[in-house]
Write a protein that binds this ligand. Sequence first.
Ligand code: GRF
Length: 197
Amino acid sequence: MKNIVILISGGGSNMAALVRAADREQWAKRYGAKIAAVMSNKADAKGLEFARAHGIATEVLDHKAYPSREAFDVALAERISAYDTPGQPALVVLAGFMRILTPAFVERFAGRLTNIHPSLLPAFTGLHTHQRAIEAGCKFAGATVHLVTAELDHGPILEQAVVPVLLGDTEATLAARVLTQEHLMYPKAIARLLQGS
Ligand code: GRF
């Protein structure tokens, strides 16, 4: 069985969408893959409750408890690697994980580390993507699923979803419209990856 480890920092709605899709689409049977753990750098991440309620192992690694970014990433990588199975390295899915990862971490999980970013990359890397899209007068916005490389919010694009920016949109209304698409797109992208592996 190939294990999937999802990393979150907050609400975890993308993680929940992945868990629901894995159930509904029977990823275990179809791809031999299972969402084995949800890890968070924040103990109060809302998504942890959902994961627990669905019988998924949860782990909290508080980054503030580590002396450096490198030390945290090493500890996190060790916890993730505990989910490798023989010949089947775990797939690592970032879903609202609000930490910049060190090059060593990214290197270790190269090719099996994905992220979802709420913009049409390569536009608007970083934070406040929806506000920036509105301010730039964009007519369309969206989200991107990509493989993670050392450069923040870069890396090969796996999927993109596009939504219109409507007159009178605020950061919140646009974010909600994009998030709905994220919930459809991320499971699709992961299923496709699993299919190919
Ligand atoms: C999403 O918009 C995602 O694209 C971004 O952070 C947000 C996470 O939301 N990386 P949630 O925790 O999945 O609800």
